[in-house]
Design a protein around this ligand. Structure first.
Ligand SMILES: Cc1cc2nc3c(=O)[nH]c(=O)nc-3n(C[C@H](O)[C@H](O)[C@H](O)COP(=O)(O)OP(=O)(O)OC[C@H]3O[C@@H](n4cnc5c(N)ncnc54)[C@H](O)[C@@H]3O)c2cc1C
Length: 483
């Protein structure tokens, strides 16, 4: 039986971050969010908006006021002609997908799961895959926020564009996002093609696969020879339907979805992971076994039912965006590194792609990107693996996912983002007292400095803000661990 104090502890999904907020608040209206922010200020407390806790980093952790937005959900406006849909920030992607589907709409791209809240997913730069598509934040057309002084602000490309450029991927540092207007697309069907291929072949054909598919990704078990390649492409809505003239396959029957997604990919894989955790020396063999039993499947399905699959086996993850052309180098280095690690790796590596975008803190800012995500089963050691990975991606100016494990600080991050100084300036303008701060933000953005206000609009280098640190060459960061 937990004590009342223990019940008040906040934990993330992966169990990699905990916090004991001084106060919990569950607002049900914008006015209540405003009141929560003003009350926090009156008590000298910080405020963090909580999503669903699916960040591996302590991005949402707070010792101040934890703003639980699970009572602040739902679509408030939808124009099926333009595809513009406004939703409250605490809406889960799962609920959003279902509501959009009912309107004949969909999000153009999604990540692997739908447990996140809309604002939580946007705030850390959550992405799916697709060489011609950006992450979820690129689908946002307008945001509404409650700022540190309790005022409300609406921002878009034409209204307060700097706030918009910063807050679309803002880690909750600029205010509480209360609603998001998304540009959705007409609901679409995907033809999913998943098959094992030798990893060498995938790397040789990487650019063609990335360019030749709407959504391309691959999973590679680091001790195995095969990668599971997923190629998902848009087809007409009635393709695959019973009686349709096309030659595309039908949706998977319910029993097969259950067998493959729940039994094989979760229960079965979870059992292998538990065996590996109990007998770590078996892990490379288990990993090769997982790689050898990969099988092909093709089916058509509503887009979000292809993008999203259940993830019930808990793990720890780090993910970096690298310039797309350096993917081959990163994978080659990882292949060399993994067999030399002191602790074997149970989980596969996931590789995805994205188009360049212009959001200031987007991991794909200004460059076509490949995302390399490494994972380790919960409870197995991961530090050496993640450290080695981080030094490999540092060679190619990799940018860490804001919601996944990394050890970079403001100095290192500032050198990776041309508009970092502009972000710090907007933060200093909107939240000069750090009302929305926490330890993670202090690490990744540094302390709020009035100097940031001097950053001239659009300046491309920000060296003068943190001169000594910015001058450091890419490489390992110092102590402080990873979160
Ligand atoms: C199993 C699993 C699968 C995943 N798959 C993917 C994937 O495919 N692609 C990918 O890119 N990422 C993926 N992630 C990472 C995940 O999408 C991000 O970490 C995301 O931020 C989690 O959303 P959340 O709602 O849980 O937010 P939280 O983790 O709770 O919060 C994230 C940040 O958003 C801020 N925030 C939340 N709500 C608001 C608000 N209303 N206003 C201002 N700030 C706010 C928080 O303060 C915090 O800084 C995955 C994570 C897990 C655990």
């Amino acid at each position: 039986m937990r004590t009342a104090a223990e019940r008040r502890v906040w934990r993330n999904w992966a169990g990699t971050a905990t916090a004991a907020p001084a106060r919990w608040c569950r607002p049900r209206s914008e006015a209540e969010i405003v009141t929560a922010v003003k009350d926090a200020a009156a008590s000298g407390l910080t405020v963090r908006a909580l999503g669903s806790g699916h960040s591996f980093t302590a991005a949402a952790a707070t010792t101040g006021v934890a703003l639980d937005l699970s009572g602040w959900t739902g679509i408030t406006a939808a124009d099926t002609r333009t595809g513009l849909v406004t939703a409250r920030s605490g809406t889960s992607l799962r609920a959003l997908n279902a509501e959009l589907s009912g309107l004949g709409l969909a999000m153009a791209n999604l990540g692997d799961i739908d447990k996140q809240t809309l604002a939580g997913a946007l705030s850390t730069g959550t992405h799916g895959t697709g060489a011609r598509l950006g992450g979820l934040a690129t689908q946002a057309e307008e945001l509404e926020l409650v700022l540190a002084d309790g005022s409300t602000a609406t921002c878009s490309a034409s209204s307060r564009p700097d706030l918009f450029a910063a807050a679309r991927i803002g880690l909750g540092a600029l205010g509480v996002v209360t609603s998001v207007t998304l540009r959705c697309v007409p609901a679409f069907t995907l033809l999913a093609d998943e098959r094992p291929l030798p990893v060498e072949e995938v790397l040789e054909r990487f650019d063609a696969l990335a360019e030749g598919n709407d959504h391309f990704e691959f999973y590679w078990f680091p001790y195995g020879r095969n990668a599971l390649v997923k190629q998902n492409n848009r087809v007409s809505a009635d393709a695959g339907a019973a009686g349709s003239a096309g030659s595309v396959p039908p949706p998977l029957p319910a029993w097969r979805r259950f067998w493959e997604f729940e039994v094989m990919e979760n229960a079965g894989f979870g059992a292998l992971c538990r065996l590996g955790r109990a007998r770590p020396r078996l892990i490379p063999a288990l990993n090769r076994f997982s790689s050898s039993v990969l099988s092909a499947r093709t089916y058509t399905e509503t887009s979000h039912r292809v993008f999203v699959t259940p993830r019930r086996v808990r793990f720890t993850e780090s993910e970096y965006a690298v310039p797309r052309e350096s993917l081959g180098h990163v994978i080659a280095e990882l292949r060399r590194a993994v067999p030399r690690l002191p602790h074997p790796v149970m989980f596969p590596v996931e590789v995805r792609v994205a188009a360049a975008d212009d959001i200031w803190l987007s991991t794909a800012h200004g460059r076509e990107s490949a995302y390399v995500a490494i994972h380790q089963y919960a409870g197995l050691p991961y530090q050496d693996y993640f450290d080695r990975f981080e030094s490999i991606v540092a060679e190619v100016a990799g940018r860490p996912h804001w919601g996944k494990m990394h050890s970079l600080d403001a100095a290192r991050l500032g050198a990776l983002y041309p508009r970092f100084g502009d972000f710090l300036r907007v933060r200093a303008e909107t939240d000069p007292e750090g009302r929305f701060g926490n330890a993670y933000l202090t690490r990744v953005f540094g302390s709020i400095s009035p100097l940031a206000l001097l950053a001239p609009l659009g300046r491309q280098d920000t060296d003068y803000l943190l001169p000594a640190a910015y001058a450091r060459p890419p490489g390992r960061t110092g102590p402080g661990g990873r979160s």
